[in-house]
Design a protein around this ligand. Structure first.
Ligand SMILES: Nc1ncnc2c1ncn2[C@@H]1O[C@H](COP(=O)(O)OP(=O)(O)O)[C@@H](O)[C@H]1O
Ligand SMILES: O=P([O-])([O-])O[C@@H]1[C@@H](O)[C@H](O)[C@@H](O)[C@H](O)[C@@H]1O
Length: 356
């Protein structure tokens, strides 16, 4: 298996272009029901789970993907990629509290119900170009990740799938060090490890960046990429945050769209920032504007052509791409109207039927 997350055609802009065949992506992680709570009241109930946010970005970007997810008999959303229904179980439920004000976290998460884990036998035996291990409620097992690295050329992992543990009484999410997670022995076989800046405290970035490409997201500040001796800051896009839920997931979706398109890793991460910034402007799943998506596709094609022709482009020079994507960012027509601003950046549009 090729583990180099930065294929040579991407790292050396002066090498001849290589045709990239159509790629297929495998997303593994459970859908869930999200309940957003503020001041003791339910503000919104939405479809959640990293798999839902990521497939939304991939589907909108016309990147074909297979999705393996388990839900219970009570799953209440219509989704494009049907989950496995476990009739005797309930769907995973997360409550997100936006007013507990613990530390500097923007929300406190509790897993109040958990569906079954995803087993290696639930995953198809075919080969995939990119696998995404994106559990939220502990559904990815070490043997699940092992199967993914066997059948996928490159695997991108959200660290939250590996290091979350759940309080047996109230389901509060706690994090354990990556070394104690039970997954550490597999990590030299993955391509990308994505963590938020809070989660990054639970790994040794210096060590991990020798094993794979580490991407640390940092909310409105964008993200940083670490690989071997390279470190790159990738700038953010301006956003008016309504609900932070799913930003990291959409980021990962955008990153993988960029990789599938054959962009260099910093440019792919810029697409991640782009989709992350749109997501924070919505409660639950964002609906991406068609014109905006078309402009992004055009800019991606333009960027690829420019890279292939080696015009004005250096390895870490993604500023021009950022400048060209910015107008596309604001052609998004369905940004929610802010009607009521609540504390900690959670606000609700009264015309949005997900808001209660
Ligand atoms: N307030 C914001 N303004 C602009 N972009 C944001 C904002 N919040 C998140 N993003 C984008 O989404 C990405 C992921 O968000 P982050 O909050 O770091 O992840 P997570 O949801 O996993 O905690 C960021 O790297 C950034 O690109
Ligand atoms: O906001 P984010 O960290 O990218 O990802 C979120 C998870 O942390 C959370 O457990 C889940 O309930 C949300 O639907 C979303 O997937």
């Amino acid at each position: 298996m090729t583990l180099n997350p930065l294929p040579s055609h991407q790292t050396t802009p002066h090498s001849p272009p290589r045709r990239i065949p159509n790629r297929r992506v495998l997303i593994v992680g459970n859908y869930c029901h999200d309940v957003l709570i503020q001041n003791g009241s339910i503000v919104a109930e939405t479809l959640g789970g990293a798999a839902s946010f990521i497939s939304n970005v991939l589907d909108s970007s016309s990147v074909s993907c297979d999705l393996v997810s388990k839900v219970g008999h009570d799953f209440r959303y219509e989704v494009t990629h049907s989950p496995i229904v476990v009739p005797e179980k309930e769907t995973t439920v997360f409550e997100a509290y936006f007013d507990l004000g613990i530390g500097h976290a923007d929300r406190v998460l509790k897993r109040v119900s958990a569906c079954d884990p995803i087993l290696p036998s639930d995953i198809p035996d075919s080969r995939f170009d990119i696998g995404m291990a994106v559990g939220v409620g502990g559904e990815i097992l070490p043997e699940t990740l092992e199967k993914m690295v066997e059948i996928c050329d490159v695997v991108a992992v959200d660290i939250q799938a590996l290091i979350r543990v759940f309080d047996p009484v109230d389901g509060s999410v706690k994090l354990v060090d990556l070394k104690e997670s039970g997954f550490f022995h597999i990590l030299h076989r993955i391509g990308f490890l994505k963590a938020s800046s809070d989660e990054a405290l639970f790994m040794d970035v210096e060590q991990m960046k020798q094993l794979c490409c580490v991407v640390v997201t940092n909310g409105e500040k964008g993200c940083r990429i670490y690989h071997k001796d390279d470190e790159t800051m990738v700038p953010p896009f301006l956003a008016k945050q309504v609900d932070p839920t799913g930003a990291g997931d959409s980021f990962l979706g955008g990153l993988v769209v960029g990789l599938v398109e054959g962009l260099a890793v910093p440019d792919a991460a810029l697409l991640g920032n782009f989709f992350g910034s749109i997501t924070v402007e919505h409660i639950g799943q964002p609906k991406f504007d068609f014109m905006m998506l078309q402009r992004v596709k055009d800019e991606v094609q333009r960027r690829k052509k420019q890279r292939n022709l080696c015009i004005n482009i250096h390895n870490n020079d993604h500023e021009e791409f950022h400048t060209r994507l910015t107008p596309a960012r604001f052609s998004c027509a369905d940004s929610p109207v802010q009607t009521e601003l609540l504390v900690n950046g959670l606000s609700c549009d009264k015309d949005d039927d997900r808001c209660l």
